[in-house]
Design a protein around this ligand. Structure first.
Ligand SMILES: *Cc1c(COP(=O)(O)O)cnc(C)c1O
Length: 423
């Protein structure tokens, strides 16, 4: 026997982190957390110990419906059997070799992503693999520097990550200011305003970086022709169009990439993806098309882990299950179910539903979204509040109509609890 049975592997993990499995109370784990974890995330509200499908269980044995997917990551839900078997079989065959060498898995995933971003016989496209969204964006930012220009136009409200380069493109003052000076030559324009973008882009601009939908800013959807306009404007001035699809990509909004959906598909020069790509296995990618594909030369960028065969297999497994199970269509259908049900509530507190597919913002007339999220958690539903007046719902793409409906049925009560509590 050279292979370990899955059951044994689970037992081994439990032995390595006994506090999570041998009856330790939530309070004990959280005390350890407070003492040994750098405090950037605040105080966690739950200690989770197990997940299966759309559900997770906390250390007290309470079951929760996961409507956030670990921040738009676990698109196939927890412990998906296909992903699990792909990862474990790759890991037990070949886990890591470094980028001195190639692996079949890495090339297969690159080919899938190239096709996804619009690459083909007429448009060469190439991939750089990273381990996260921010790193995928760092790669893209370095590519923009090789245009011979340095200026980047980004959007107000944008979120592109926390490392210094990606942070320089992230608008939020409280994220940026403690770490200034950041890499410079970045200007911010109002999001969704094509005229403002046109005014900011000239022959000195290396790239325009945009999210197709601003997830962290509260699921803000731009006008339908905004990306097409951005494409036209960048082309006119020889600037790269860089779309950050870290949150919107990999089927989250009902198409592989949000930028390629509907009546206004756009092929960008740079596309970054991460979150949903590995279903929780850390993997990100920067896909460069056309001339952008060859801007970085040998030795100009690198990574030790990026694109290792386990990460690559995770991405391939995710793509394969989304295809096999028709999950793009499910994301669209469940997203519509959510939108129409929330609108039909006719709640005076609800201002509207934003987003597409299964990346949704429920906009409120009052800044009570954190209280609604707390009430939801108490009731066994995981959502979050990216803004005080927006509730974000981003369930696994595998969620069924009935599972989603339980939350939609509970929502009026949760809104009432929150307003009552806030008053
Ligand atoms: C989450 C996110 C990032 C950063 O990804 P990490 O994996 O957390 O580094 C970048 N861009 C967008 C649009 C995101 O939503």
């Amino acid at each position: 026997m050279t292979h370990t049975a899955p059951g044994t592997a689970v037992t081994d993990a439990a032995r390595l982190a006994p506090a999570l499995s041998e009856g330790a109370t939530t309070a004990a784990v959280l005390q350890g957390y407070q003492q040994s974890m750098i405090g950037v995330f605040g105080t966690p509200k739950r200690v989770f110990v197990r997940g299966e499908g759309v559900h997770v269980w906390d250390a007290e044995g309470r079951k929760h419906l996961d409507l956030l997917s670990g921040l738009a990551v676990t698109a196939l839900g927890h412990a998906h059997p296909f992903v699990l078997s792909a990862i474990t079989s790759q890991l037990s065959t070949l886990g890591h070799v470094s980028n001195f060498f190639a692996t079949p898995a890495q090339v297969a995933l690159a080919e899938r992503l190239v096709a996804m971003a619009g690459g083909g016989p007429d448009l060469p496209a190439k991939v750089f693999f990273a381990n996260s969204g921010t790193e995928a964006n760092e790669a893209a930012l370095k590519i923009t520097r090789r245009t011979g220009r340095t200026k980047v136009v980004a959007a107000e409200g944008a979120f592109h990550g926390r490392t210094m380069g990606a942070l320089s493109l992230t608008a939020k003052a409280s994220y940026r200011e403690p770490f200034e000076p950041l890499p410079g030559d970045v200007v911010f324009v109002p999001y969704g305003d094509a005229a403002a973008l046109a005014a900011a882009v000239d022959e000195t601009v290396a790239a325009v970086v945009l999210e197709p939908i601003q997830g962290e800013n509260g699921v803000v959807t731009p006008p339908a022709d905004y990306l097409t306009e951005a494409r036209r404007i960048t082309r006119e001035h020889g600037a790269l169009l860089w779309l950050d699809e870290v949150q919107t990509g990999m089927g989250r909004t009902g198409s592989w990439l949000a930028s390629q959906a509907g009546e206004h598909p756009v092929t960008a020069d740079l596309v970054t993806v991460a979150k949903g790509l590995g279903n929780g296995f850390p993997v990100g990618a920067c896909i460069a098309t056309g001339t952008a594909a060859d801007l970085l030369g040998a030795g100009e960028h690198g990574t030790t882990f990026g694109g290792n065969p386990v990460a690559a297999i995770a991405g391939l497994a995710v793509i394969s299950v989304i295809e096999r199970d028709g999950l793009l269509a499910n994301a669209t259908a469940r997203g519509e179910q959510l939108r129409s049900a929330v609108e039909a509530l006719g709640s005076p507190l609800v201002a509207g539903v934003t987003g597409r597919g299964l990346l949704r913002g429920i906009r409120l007339h009052q800044p009570v979204a954190p209280a609604v999220a707390d009430a939801a958690l108490e009731a066994g539903y995981i959502v979050n509040a990216p803004r005080p007046d927006v509730l974000r719902v981003a369930p696994p793409l595998i969620i069924t109509a009935d599972q989603l409906q339980t939350f939609l049925d509970a929502l009026p009560g949760l809104l009432e609890t929150a307003v009552g509590g806030a008053a």
